[in-house]
Write a protein that binds this ligand. Structure first.
Ligand SMILES: CCCCCCCCCCCCCCCCCC(=O)SCCNC(=O)CCNC(=O)[C@H](O)C(C)(C)COP(=O)(O)OP(=O)(O)OC[C@H]1O[C@@H](n2cnc3c(N)ncnc32)[C@H](O)[C@@H]1OP(=O)(O)O
Ligand SMILES: Cc1cc2nc3c(=O)[nH]c(=O)nc-3n(C[C@H](O)[C@H](O)[C@H](O)COP(=O)(O)OP(=O)(O)OC[C@H]3O[C@@H](n4cnc5c(N)ncnc54)[C@H](O)[C@@H]3O)c2cc1C
Length: 671
């Protein structure tokens, strides 16, 4: 951010009026002054580097060009990483964010869902053989699990891997149209290999879904190998730079050793050796789900930065007649729409940090074969992936709408942020399917408690509490608010368990009982996940001090109060909150909006997105939005020529023919 840059005076005023230092909050978010300095250095370096590549703005080019530009940018990114010797995941993520701001790219799964699951599922010998090829891009890969007919219900996958002991090979086959692999990112045109998930059949027995390494294209010519039919699935709602693909395998033979054999194995004679736990096959998905929490929360952070800065610059309408037009951020309704998104952006950021830390703590235990924490990790990562992608996708759309007409322009950066975030509600496990996994864990914990067994500490909220009514009063004490979320989650979980029991007593089998109560189960799992998010946000705030603590506590309160108000029935149904307590909440919410108003711009500044990442005419740091919008429009492809060929080809003949018809009929009528 150049000091000499001409900055919109409203933004200058906003920044002067903040009650806290945004720089301190930035340090908190990025791990201190040194790490912040490094973050800025890295992101600015590649933003400038990308400019020199001569690529055009994402929104102004066709899908084919987006794809090509993404390949070009990725090559630049990897070269830069290597030149700088970057190996740690935080630096890599920051670089990716700056090179591909809210944009997918064809190699997105190379690490996330090719190398990572391979590393988890392959034996040491397999890793020694293939990892160097993967890490040096001789093999470019993806994760081919979903089929046309099945994505959620993995036991229903139809692709088969049948072992042939006579040649010591597996035969990979897509037996039906619905078994065609469909959706894998980068599969269409980019990948030359993939991890294929298929039903393992040996000695006539089906042992369920297993992972196989399959080469799909020639490593030099890039032509599909024999028996492989592969291609791009076509245009989608978004993620245009990604060649999500299809793959049909026609009795393709691969060596026995291409089955990933860390946990389960097939011996040369076809004997199957079982894994310690068959859920270890799902480990790759758990890893990406924790990443998705972070990806979604960054998108909301970007959207809210754009919308709040723009709302401080945009002046329209008067509050007091004759007193002049106000910044739209001064309208209470604008604050009511945007500030809860700001709070959710911070809440999901802290949720992402904690689930990643939990994943890093637990995965070495799982690696060692200690699977005790696996169910909790699965339940929490599934719940948070669903909760965060829902919250952030909805939040990005609220931000877009709050920018009025200009929010509808690609120049705002908000449409691409939305299509990118809403995809996360589906990929890596459709959200309802995932949150029901969290509910399954909640039901299990209820049973364990009923039988006097220990549950993990995070699940302690399920223990019967002595207090059936809340102490909440006008001070909105943090502990009282958290207790309200804990009470709600416990009550809804117990009610769901009770309803399940009633269904079973009425004669339903467990599957039917689950389905009859699944709306309630989803609600309970969302309540549990929201409790977790409220808690981790509070824990982060409690480590802050001074004016920063004060403003972040208000933001936390807004998050809590807003979520109570938007699901009020949940808190009232058993009388936990009284109507008198509830009547305090909406006025408190309005007071919090007012209190946060002077700090709103600084709270988004603290998120520290350079303009290159925001990629938005409305969200720019200097607030020169009209100049940027006008410049964007002038660069529209339609403006490259004053009179288009299409005018000569279609418009002029059309206009002429219409006019001639009119003239002819006018003559006819005169006759
Ligand atoms: C550093 C650089 C950064 C660069 C930037 C890049 C960052 C990358 C970010 C990501 C970008 C993303 C790009 C897009 C990627 C999309 C990839 C995909 O969609 S891929 C496709 C994604 N596709 C999907 O996600 C498919 C979704 N479907 C599924 O996962 C499964 O079918 C299922 C879980 C729903 C059911 O499975 P089923 O076998 O029927 O299981 P049951 O229900 O019968 O439960 C049985 C028992 O198993 C247990 N358990 C279950 N799972 C797990 C687990 N993971 N673990 C542990 N346990 C698990 C369960 O709790 C239960 O335990 P218990 O109660 O008995 O004790
Ligand atoms: C952008 C994008 C990228 C992707 N990338 C990849 C990739 O790289 N690799 C890959 O393998 N896959 C990929 N996928 C596929 C993705 O993982 C699946 O689409 C996803 O898991 C959902 O499965 P489905 O499409 O079969 O949905 P379905 O299961 O058909 O969902 C349809 C509806 O049925 C409901 N439903 C299904 N089962 C249940 C249930 N048990 N209980 C209640 N409701 C249920 C769902 O909630 C949903 O509302 C990608 C998808 C997208 C959109």
């Amino acid at each position: 951010m150049a000091a000499t840059q001409l900055v919109n005076p409203d933004l200058v005023k906003e920044r002067q009026n903040a009650a806290f230092s945004p720089e301190h909050l930035t340090y908190f978010l990025y791990g201190g002054p040194e790490k912040t300095k490094r973050k800025r250095f890295l992101q600015n370096l590649v933003i400038e580097g990308v400019k020199k590549l001569g690529v055009k703005q994402y929104a102004t080019v066709s899908r084919e060009e987006q794809y090509e530009q993404a390949l070009q940018k990725y090559a630049y990114l990897v070269d830069t990483e290597r030149q700088l010797g970057i190996t740690n995941s935080t630096d890599k993520a920051l670089l990716h964010e700056a090179v591909f701001p809210c944009e997918s790219f064809p190699y997105i799964l190379q690490y996330a869902a090719f190398i990572n699951p391979f590393t988890m599922l392959a034996s040491e010998e397999q890793k020694a053989k293939w990892l160097p090829l993967m890490k040096n891009f001789r093999l470019v890969g993806t994760y081919a699990q979903t089929e046309m007919g099945h994505g959620s219900f993995l036991r229903g996958l139809e692709t088969t891997a049948t072992y042939d002991p006579s040649t010591q090979e597996f035969v990979l086959h897509s037996p039906t149209i619905s078994s065609i692999k469909y959706w894998p990112a980068g599969l269409g045109k980019t990948a030359n290999a993939c991890i294929v998930m298929a039903q393992l059949i040996t000695k006539g027995h089906n042992y369920g879904m297993h992972a196989f390494l399959l080469q799909i294209r020639d490593l030099d010519t890039h032509q599909p190998l024999s028996g492989i039919t592969v291609g791009d699935i076509g245009s989608k709602f978004g993620l245009s730079a990604n060649d999500n693909g299809f793959l049909k395998m026609d009795n393709v033979r691969i060596p026995r050793n291409n089955m990933l054999m860390r946990h389960s194995r097939v011996l040369p004679d076809g004997t199957y050796i079982e894994p310690k736990n068959d859920r270890l096959m799902y480990g790759g998905m758990t890893s990406i789900r924790t990443d998705v929490v972070g990806v979604a929360s960054r998108r909301l952070c970007i959207a809210v930065t754009i919308a709040i800065r723009y709302s401080a610059v945009r002046r329209q309408s008067e509050i007091e007649p004759g007193a002049g037009e106000v910044q739209v951020l001064d309208f209470q309704t604008q604050q009511y729409r945007l500030f809860p998104q700001l709070a959710a952006a911070y809440a999901t950021t802290f949720a992402s940090t904690t689930i990643s830390a939990f994943y890093r703590t637990v995965s070495p235990h799982i690696e060692r074969g200690d699977l005790q924490e696996l169910p909790m990790l699965h339940a929490l990562s599934a719940g948070l992936k669903a909760y965060t992608s829902w919250t952030c996708a909805d939040g990005v759309e609220v931000c877009r709408l709050a920018c009025g007409g200009h929010g509808y322009s690609e120049a705002s950066g908000l449409p691409k942020a939305y299509v990118d975030t809403t995809a996360a509600c589906t990929y890596e496990g459709e959200n309802y399917v995932l949150i029901l996994q969290t509910a399954r864990y909640l039901m299990k914990c209820c049973r364990m408690l009923a039988e006097g067994e220990q549950v993990p500490e995070v699940m302690d909220f399920l223990r019967p509490s002595t207090s059936e009514t809340s102490r909440l009063d006008a001070r909105l004490v943090m502990g009282d608010l958290i207790q309200a979320f804990a009470h709600r989650a416990a009550r809804m979980t117990r009610d769901a368990a009770q309803s399940m029991q009633t269904s079973i007593v009425k004669g339903e089998n467990p599957g039917q009982a689950w389905n009859s109560n699944s709306v309630q189960l989803v609600a309970a799992a969302k309540a549990f996940t929201e409790l977790h998010v409220v808690r981790v946000f509070a824990e982060a705030v409690e480590t802050m001090r001074g004016s920063l603590r004060h403003v972040m506590e208000s933001l936390w309160r807004l998050f809590a109060v807003n979520n109570i108000v938007s699901s009020l029935g949940d808190f009232l149904v058993d009388g936990y909150l009284s109507t008198q307590q509830v009547s305090l909440l909406e006025p408190a919410q309005r007071d919090l909006l007012k209190e946060l108003r002077p700090d709103a711009v600084s709270l988004v500044d603290a998120l520290d997105f350079p303009d290159g990442v925001l990629d938005s005419a409305l969200g720019r740091w200097d607030g020169q939005v009209y100049e940027a919008l006008y410049d964007y429009s002038l660069r529209s492809k339609l403006n490259e020529k004053q009179v288009l060929d299409a005018y000569l080809k279609h418009q002029r003949p059309f206009m002429e023919s219409q006019w001639k018809k009119h003239a002819a009929s006018a003559v006819t009528s005169r006759l």
